[in-house]
Design a protein. Structure first.
Length: 86
């Protein structure tokens, strides 16, 4: 599970270094459940509506900044890294 959380944080850091592309957002309160293919671990990502998001897995929640990305761009970056989100 630590690897999954670490992977999510690394993806967030990598995504924040990319050029901001303001193509809309899914809005405050939007949540996506994502499953990592290798481990099958499930993480729920929720937009807090204030430029931050929360990631919850196995009852543990971590809050992090979107770093200039929209919530939709965060989810897209996870999907590009091989994580299945719905």
């Amino acid at each position: 599970m630590k690897k999954l959380i670490f992977t999510a944080l690394v993806i967030g850091l990598v995504a924040t270094s990319c050029k901001k592309d303001d193509n809309g957002d899914e809005g405050s309160g939007a949540c996506q459940t994502c499953v990592q293919a290798q481990s099958g671990a499930s993480v729920e990502y929720c937009d807090n509506g204030d430029g931050t998001y929360s990631a919850t897995t196995s009852g543990t929640t971590i809050n992090s900044t979107l770093g200039g990305l929209t919530f939709g761009e965060l989810i897209t970056s996870l999907e590009l890294a091989g994580v299945d989100c719905n």
